[in-house]
Design a protein around this ligand. Structure first.
Ligand code: SIN
Length: 261
């Protein structure tokens, strides 16, 4: 596929079916400018503006960048997305998908990992599944559970602080009808109706379960890779195991989603 060319209707439909079936799609060997990438994104959904506006590309602001050259106001390197999460879960209608296009890569390392939360849900023990089915999680941008090294970013991005939004811990995929654990360890503050001191244990247990090798995919990036993933049934994280003198730069788009149910 050459993604700079408009996709015919059958191909676009096949890609969308593959997206729902497989949750992560990789298209290699592309040569995309931000506007090309945006046009591709529109074949899968509706691009929405990303909330950290400083990373949006000025003349194509629905496309943002994610890079290992980002720095905090105090000059500290600040790489986003390095621990398990699902994007923008603190919003009432989190994005259905995120798309990355690789523009610059280190010689080795910098892989991205995904965990299929639908497969992980199916493999829960009956008791844990019943427990997960009955819970809602409160997701918020500021979160006492954020790891210490992210505190600075949390302060800088305070413009989008909310008191939190509750989403079911087991969400139903609107297209496949399958259920998935909907968890964001970076943003979940607590579970409704559960004592706060019990929450960390359950989050830890679910992350340990869902990130076992049988539920995960690791992508070794090549220049020109375009990847789209389904945030409704995946968590993801990027490795920082490379030489930071080398640039790792991605274009990034998120697609509008629905209220989880
Ligand atoms: C992200 O968390 O959206 C970025 C993942 C990556 O940089 O590979």
């Amino acid at each position: 596929i050459d993604l700079t060319q408009p996709l015919d209707r059958d191909t676009a439909a096949a890609l969308n079916r593959a997206f729902v079936e497989h949750a992560v799609l990789v298209v290699r060997g592309q040569s995309l400018q931000p506007r090309d990438f945006l046009a591709v994104a529109k074949q899968f959904g509706t691009p929405v503006r990303q909330h950290l506006e400083q990373f949006n590309i000025p003349d194509c602001p629905d496309v943002s960048t994610i890079s290992n050259q980002e720095k905090t106001k105090t000059g500290k390197i600040n790489v986003r997305g390095v621990s398990w999460h699902t994007d923008h879960s603190f919003t009432p209608e989190p994005p259905k998908a995120t798309m990355l296009y690789s523009v610059a890569l280190p010689d080795t390392g910098g892989n991205t990992h995904w965990a299929h939360m639908g497969a992980a849900y199916e493999a829960l023990s009956p008791d844990l599944r019943t427990r997960v089915d009955g819970l809602s999680a409160v997701h918020a941008y500021t979160d006492s559970r954020v790891p210490p090294d992210l505190d600075e970013r949390k302060r800088e991005a305070a413009e989008d602080v909310t008191d939190g939004v509750a989403h079911p811990l087991a969400r139903t995929h609107p297209d496949s009808g399958g259920k998935a654990i909907y968890l964001n360890p970076l943003r979940v503050r607590r579970f409704l109706g559960m004592a706060p001191e019990d929450c960390s244990g359950l989050i830890g247990d679910l992350v340990a379960h869902a990130t076992q090798p049988e539920f995960t995919y690791t992508h070794r990036w090549q220049l020109g890779d375009m990847v789209i993933w389904d945030n409704r049934c995946c968590m993801h994280k990027a490795d920082t195991d490379y030489d930071f003198n080398q640039i790792r730069l991605m274009y990034r788009i998120i697609l509008a989603g629905d209220k989880p149910f």
